[in-house]
Every structure is written in C-alpha cells, then in structure tokens.
Write a protein of this length. Structure first.
Length: 167
C-alpha cells in the first residue's frame, strides 16, 4: 500500500465533500439530510476491506470501491463510515499504521525500511503519522521489546512451575 493511494482516496473524499457542501449551500431550498441507517452489508463491507488491504495493483479508488458496492462515491463513503466508524481514507491509514506496529514489534527491520515498505516518502513522514496514533516508532519498539521480554520470563517461570513472585 503506498501513500499515493492513501492521498488519492483522501483527495476523492474531499472533492465529494466540497461538491456536496456547495450544492447544499447554493441549492436555493434547504435540504434536510436524513441520517444513514445501517451502513454497508457485511458482504460488501468485507469485499471493500479486502480490496483496501490488498497489496496488489488493484484499483482502490473511491470510484472503484463504490462501483463494486453499487453506490455513488458519496453514499459509499457515508455507508462505509457508518459500518466501520472511519472514512475509507482514515481506515486505510489506520490499517497501514497497525501493519507498522506489527512490523516494529515482530521484526528487526529498520524504521526506514518499514516506512518504505508501507509507502511513506520518508522516515519523518512515517514517524509523524505513527506519532498521531501512539508514540514515536523507536519508543514503541523499545516498549514492545521490554514487554516481550517480561512476558517471556513469566512464561518460562510458569513452565518451570514457579509463580511470578518466587524469583
């Protein structure tokens, strides 16, 4: 998943939002917007999420996602947010950062290589996005390593038949 794709989805969402606001502001008569009830069906939501998660060159534009769902881009975004609590752009960004958290915790890859693998243009851009979610990547990795060591010690103690307070 690259950052270009994320920016493209975000740009499409902003264009749709701006067009909707302009239409409402200049339509002449007030329009009552009814709240959305329900969101996407489980099947449509699953397909959309699978497409957003895919690392292939599959088209993940809002137009393609909405077309698959049989909705306009605007209605797709609204229904997606109703179903997940996040806009497609925010969901995609959170998914990328969750991947980063897993990579920081489970691999010894450098932060630069993780940033590149997730499509960030620089380590600084990656660190800024990561920091909005939790902390700096280095700090997150250090806490993860420390926590992992504590859990390994506890597991070893239990396997040896000792309680946590005996050693």
């Amino acid at each position: 998943m690259d950052t270009f794709m994320t920016k493209h989805v975000f740009g499409q969402q902003m264009t749709d939002l701006l067009a909707t606001r302009l239409l409402v502001a200049h339509a002449g008569s007030p329009v009552a917007i009814q709240p959305v009830i329900g969101g996407l069906s489980p099947t449509v939501l699953r397909r959309a999420i699978e497409r957003l998660r895919s690392d292939s060159d599959t088209d993940v534009s809002l137009g393609a996602l909405a077309s698959d769902a049989g909705l306009s881009r605007f209605h797709f975004c609204r229904a997606f947010k109703e179903s997940t609590g996040l806009s497609p752009h925010a969901w995609l960004r959170q998914h990328q950062l969750e991947q980063a958290m897993n990579m920081l915790r489970d691999t010894d890859d450098s932060i630069v290589s993780i940033a590149v693998a997730l499509g960030y243009s620089s380590q600084t851009a990656f660190a800024a996005a990561f920091r909005k979610l939790t902390s700096l990547p280095d700090a997150y990795r250090q806490v993860g390593i420390y926590t992992g060591r504590i859990l390994q010690r506890r597991k070893a103690k239990r396997a040896a038949g000792l309680s946590d307070d005996k050693v």
